[in-house]
Design a protein around this ligand. Structure first.
Ligand SMILES: [Zn+2]
Length: 54
């Protein structure tokens, strides 16, 4: 399965994992803006990473 991971470089942790079948990159960007907005507000570097797992 392929998924997109929301990762915060400042916190050194994964904020969420989302299956590419169910979430588009646009939807994930919206999730960052709403659920993880506190990281953005304090200037953290949050990135979407594409990953694969079995
Ligand atoms: Zn953070």
């Amino acid at each position: 399965m392929e998924f997109r991971e929301i990762y915060c470089y400042n916190c050194h942790k994964t904020l969420g994992k989302y299956n590419v079948k169910f979430y588009t990159e646009t939807q994930i960007a919206e999730i960052i803006q709403t659920i993880h907005a506190d990281h953005i507000k304090i200037g953290h570097h949050v990135e979407i990473r594409k990953k694969k797992s079995k």
